[in-house]
Design a protein around this ligand. Structure first.
Ligand code: PLP
Length: 235
C-alpha cells in the first residue's frame, strides 16, 4: 500500500464528486480515520499534505498524539464522559456528541480550560440499534438543549453514519436526511451555532455523501489499506 498514491487517487475522486455536486474539491475537508494505524503511517499521511486526523478511541488518540507531527485531531468515535478531560484541549472538533449529558461534560471541561469547544451532533439517520447518534427527528431538540445549557460549546454541524450497504446509492436517502437537518439549522441564528460542517462518508460511501452535501469525509481504508484489528499494536 502506497499511502501517498492512495491519497492522490482519493483527492482526485473527491474532486470528481465535488464537481458533480457543483462544488470544488477544496470545499471538502479530508479527515484520515487513523484507528489501528501507527504513528509512522499517520506521519506519512501528514507528509502527503493531509492536515486532519480522526481517532475513535481516546486512548489511541493519546498514545499517538505526541508521536506524530502536528495535526488537527478529530474525535470521531463514541466518547465516554469520563474521558472527555483527556482530549478536551487536544482535538479541534468532537464529531460524536449524541446526548446532553456528554455535551454538559464537554462544556464543564472546556470552561475549566477557558475554551469554547467546537462539536458536531451525531445523527443516526437510519435508526440502527448498533450505532450511536440521535434520530434525525431528535436532533433539533438536542441542538436546542445544548445551546440552552452549554455556554462553552459551539455547534458547528452534524456527523452522519450511514448503514452498511453493498451499493452506496442505497444510503443516499440517509445522508439526505442529515443534510436536511443541517440546512434547517443553517437558517437559524445563535451566537454558539455556526453550522459549517457536514461530516458524512467513509471509504465505501464518500462519493454518495459528497453528492448529498457532505463537506467533511472520514476515510481510513482507502488511505491506509485494510485494517488488521488482531495484530498487536506497538507504537
Ligand atoms: C473507521 C471509521 C471511518 C473510516 O472508515 P473506512 O471504512 O476505513 O474509511 C470513518 N468514520 C468513523 C466514525 C470510523 O469509525
Amino acid at each position: 500500500m502506497d499511502i501517498r498514491e492512495n491519497i492522490a487517487d482519493l483527492r482526485r475522486r473527491i474532486g470528481e464528486y465535488a464537481r458533480a455536486a457543483g462544488r470544488e474539491a477544496g470545499e471538502i475537508t479530508l479527515i484520515a480515520a487513523a484507528k489501528t494505524r501507527t504513528p509512522q503511517e499517520i506521519n506519512e499521511v501528514l507528509a502527503a499534505g493531509v492536515t486532519d486526523i480522526g481517532e475513535n478511541k481516546v486512548q489511541e488518540l493519546l498514545d499517538k498524539y505526541e508521536a506524530v507531527q502536528s495535526a488537527d485531531w478529530h474525535m470521531i468515535g463514541h466518547l465516554q464522559r469520563n474521558k472527555v478531560k483527556y482530549i478536551i484541549d487536544k482535538v479541534k472538533l468532537i464529531h460524536s456528541v449524541d446526548s446532553l449529558r456528554l455535551a454538559e461534560e464537554i462544556d464543564a471541561r472546556a470552561a475549566q480550560c477557558g475554551l469554547v469547544k467546537d462539536i458536531l451532533v451525531q445523527v443516526n439517520a437510519a435508526g440502527e440499534e448498533s450505532k450511536f447518534g440521535v434520530a434525525a427527528q431528535e436532533a433539533e431538540a438536542l441542538v436546542c438543549e445544548i445551546l440552552d445549557n452549554c455556554s462553552h460549546v459551539r455547534i458547528r454541524g452534524f456527523m452522519g453514519v450511514a448503514p452498511a450497504a453493498d451499493d452506496p446509492e442505497d444510503v443516499r436517502v440517509y445522508f439526505r436526511q442529515v443534510k436536511a437537518v443541517f440546512d434547517a439549522f443553517r437558517r437559524s441564528s445563535h451566537e454558539r451555532l455556526d453550522m459549517q460542517y457536514l461530516s458524512m462518508g467513509m471509504s465505501h460511501d464518500f462519493g454518495a455523501a459528497i453528492l448529498e452535501g457532505a463537506n467533511m469525509v472520514r476515510v481510513g481504508t482507502a488511505i491506509f489499506g485494510p485494517r488488521n484489528y488482531s495484530q498487536p499494536q506497538n507504537f
